[in-house]
Ligand binder design. Structure first.
Ligand SMILES: CC(C)(COP(=O)(O)OP(=O)(O)OC[C@H]1O[C@@H](n2cnc3c(N)ncnc32)[C@H](O)[C@@H]1OP(=O)(O)O)[C@@H](O)C(=O)NCCC(=O)NCCS
Length: 174
């Protein structure tokens, strides 16, 4: 089945929340406590994505990747001044390494460039394996560890920054 990339809709909230919660249960097991990681995590995800897709308080984009009705990945960003701030980039585990992450990030960056973005940032969990290689692959500059609040919990993150969004778009294409 071919991969489809399209703008997320309110009707995607349930599947995005479920995939996001499933992935974070594994990748954020050491960040969240055990009680939160079960039901409250999924509820928090639904509230987060509903707020984003229903409210659209801030300009930005959410793009989903699907094969048929199955959600394979998603990316979300907001536009802060002339910077595209990418908050989430996630691909279903068994679909990784096939270029889906790169396609999502590239399309998102192009769209935000059309809305006026000149620079870009991507927030990544500080513990992500091989982060320097990931940043280098996409031509970004890796920043120091900072603690941000995610779903009401403190989370150590690093930021990959591109002073010129065209650098990111070019790296995603190649
Ligand atoms: C990071 C992630 C989105 C990449 O998605 P993907 O579909 O597997 O990525 P792609 O197949 O498009 O790979 C793009 C490039 O990034 C590189 N890459 C992917 N994951 C990497 C990692 N963890 N470390 C280093 N490099 C990585 C690939 O080698 C590839 O390079 P190439 O094109 O030169 O071969 C995916 O691994 C994921 O969902 N991880 C968990 C969530 C996460 O860490 N998100 C990061 C931002 S919040």
């Amino acid at each position: 089945m071919p991969l489809e990339l399209r703008t997320a809709r309110v009707g995607d909230v349930a599947r995005i929340s479920q995939l996001h919660a499933d992935l974070w249960r594994v990748s954020h097991a050491t960040v969240f406590d055990e009680d939160f990681i079960e039901d409250p995590l999924e509820e928090a995800m639904v509230a987060h994505w509903q707020g984003l897709l229903r409210g659209r308080k801030r300009p930005g984009q959410v793009i989903v990747a699907l094969t048929g009705h199955q959600l394979e990945g998603f990316v979300s960003a907001s536009l802060q001044g002339s910077t595209a701030q990418v908050d989430h980039l996630e691909v279903r585990e068994k679909m990784r390494g096939r270029g889906i992450g790169r396609s999502l990030l590239g399309l998102l960056a192009q769209r935000l460039r059309n809305e006026g973005a000149r620079a870009a940032t991507l927030a990544v969990p500080a513990g992500l394996e091989d982060l320097p290689r990931f940043a280098k692959r996409f031509g970004g500059v890796l920043g120091p560890v900072v603690t941000r609040e995610r779903l009401g919990h403190p989370m150590p993150e690093r930021t990959i920054a591109w002073a010129d969004i065209n650098r990111l778009i070019g790296a995603c294409a190649g």
